[in-house]
Design a protein around this ligand. Sequence first.
Ligand SMILES: NC(=O)c1ccc[n+]([C@@H]2O[C@H](COP(=O)([O-])OP(=O)(O)OC[C@H]3O[C@@H](n4cnc5c(N)ncnc54)[C@H](O)[C@@H]3O)[C@@H](O)[C@H]2O)c1
Length: 255
Amino acid sequence: MLTGKIIVVTGGAGLLGSAFARAIAKQGSVVVIADIDVQAANSVAQDITSAHAGKAQAETLDITDKASVCSLIDRVNARYGRIDAVVNNAYPRNRNYGRKLEEVTYADFCENTNLHLGGYFLVAQQFSLFFRKQGDGNIVNMASIYGTLAPRFEIYADTPMTMPVEYAAIKSGVIQLTRYFAQYFKADQIRVNCLSPGGILDKQPESFLASYKAFCSAKGMLEPADLTGALLFLLSDGSRYMTGQNLVVDDGFTL
Ligand SMILES: NC(=O)c1ccc[n+]([C@@H]2O[C@H](COP(=O)([O-])OP(=O)(O)OC[C@H]3O[C@@H](n4cnc5c(N)ncnc54)[C@H](O)[C@@H]3O)[C@@H](O)[C@H]2O)c1
């Protein structure tokens, strides 16, 4: 599906990013695993190259630092001569992230929103400017069902978890930024779409998994591998004429 493409995945060492990187390499692209945790990125890259020689490379990146984003673009372009796509997927947050609404301070709200939504803006801005010079490009922003759906707080009852208030602001912002960028760069052969997953399995409490599943069709919370088909579609020429769209993969949770 993606033979010969050069694709950057920010946060490529994480839960979804590492599954995305594997799937991209398997489809014949070179995947650049760009992460603030370069050790973890190296380990994912090594794991992938053991099965797909030459198809993965680790790079250091801080999505909240313009010099870091620009330097990544320069290094990847110098090495491969072009960049086909970027998956805006990193997940920066501060140590207080995930608290209930009553405990979220103004400073924490602003910091988490700046890191995540601000970082996604910066990556999309700098890659778009590079893609405009290159003559084409493709951006996939990672959004979430919580960018459009009001949280179902009852499923978090009896767990220390919640749906963070910053996340609602960040992900609705990512969905609207997707439309803004798609419109702004429509004449430049740059496509911009977003992918909105439902919840991803990550050792959550059983009671929560059961409450969540009651809203779903078959599986409930999904595994990272359940998202890769939709991502590969957005990265491939199969979605060539799609731009500004939000693709939801959630086993029916938001219906
Ligand atoms: N996990 C879920 O349930 C879920 C559901 C819907 C959407 N998403 C979205 O998918 C994306 C990936 O989520 P995940 O669960 O895989 O996250 P994760 O925490 O497992 O991985 C995030 C990665 O981003 C890296 N990172 C953090 N700050 C960074 C920075 N400043 N610059 C570069 N890299 C940085 C981390 O080192 C880590 O490798 C996020 O946008 C998240 O909101 C996740």
